[in-house]
Design a protein around this ligand. Structure first.
Ligand SMILES: C[S@@+](CC[C@H](N)C(=O)[O-])C[C@H]1O[C@@H](n2cnc3c(N)ncnc32)[C@H](O)[C@@H]1O
Length: 256
């Protein structure tokens, strides 16, 4: 199909700069990404379709930072929008993004795509590289519990990429929005719940119980991060295995 399909026509009629606006709408409905007042970083944001959708959702208290090698024309919105012209594969662009979000971001999205060569493995590898750059931005600026969304072309390095993303988020899922063209190899990775914990599920360690939680579990702290230790009392030292990590606390079981 040519570019002039249903979503192309809708975008024209509804005033969106790109048909991809509908992909973000569908991804947001699927994964609950955008919230009022959020700070959002949009990588590969030109011409600005995603920025328009994000601006509607975050509202006047929201803040958007759009980044692209191409110029992005100003967006008419009540949200605060800053557009940076730069290459996301360069360190200095990462520094400019970190400065622009001020404290931290609630969501980092990337619709970046490489210039396509037609050689499947080359295009896939370049796309994975761009996602890794986006992931580096996300891990630098996301608040604990913040979310990540990135377009990637399917291929042989996808599983490894997902594995690496999984260690940074509570969970990672793959979504193919309906608004993506049928024959396209593109899909979107969604990382929910940025983990900043100093421990990971499966890790074994010895902890000291310093408090007791509302439900009677012992509480240990690792670099300020809370771990719940069932059946333990204040002052005890316990060998535990981490069973689950959430953005702000984790659960453990005793190691026999
Ligand atoms: C599919 S378009 C994004 C469309 C956008 N989401 C919208 O709704 O308007 C992909 C964009 O990624 C940008 N891009 C690709 N590689 C980039 C890089 N290394 N740094 C910055 N932008 C990049 C391209 O310039 C292009 O504008």
């Amino acid at each position: 199909m040519t570019g002039k399909d249903e979503y192309y026509n809708r975008a024209k009629q509804e005033g969106y700069r790109a048909r991809s606006a509908y992909k973000l709408k569908q991804l947001d409905e699927t994964a609950d990404l955008l919230g009022r007042g959020d700070t959002v970083v949009d990588l590969g944001a030109a011409p600005g379709g995603w920025l328009q959708v994000a601006a509607e959702r975050v509202g006047s208290e929201g803040r958007l930072v759009g980044v692209d090698r191409q110029r992005i024309d100003p967006i008419e919105t009540e949200a605060t929008v800053e557009c940076l012209r730069g290459d996301v594969t360069e360190d200095r662009t990462h520094e400019r993004i970190a400065a622009a979000v001020e404290e931290s971001a609630d969501l980092v999205v990337s619709d970046m795509a490489p210039n396509v060569t037609g050689e499947y493995n080359v295009d896939h590898a370049r796309s994975v590289y761009l996602v890794r750059q986006a992931l580096a931005v996300a891990t630098a600026v996301l608040r604990p519990g913040g979310d990540f969304l990135a377009k990637v072309f399917d291929g042989r390095d996808l599983e490894e990429l997902i594995g690496d993303a999984e260690s940074e988020f509570e969970y990672v899922r793959e979504v193919r929005p309906e608004a993506s063209r049928d024959a396209s190899s593109e899909l979107y990775l969604i990382g929910k719940g940025r983990l900043t914990a100093p421990v990971r599920a499966g890790e074994e360690l010895t902890v000291e119980i310093v408090d007791v939680g509302d439900e009677g579990d012992g509480i240990a702290r690792v670099e300020g991060f809370t771990l719940f230790v069932p059946g333990a009392e204040v002052g005890e030292r316990r060998a535990v295995r981490v069973t689950e990590v959430q953005p702000r606390y984790g659960f453990t079981q005793p190691v026999e």
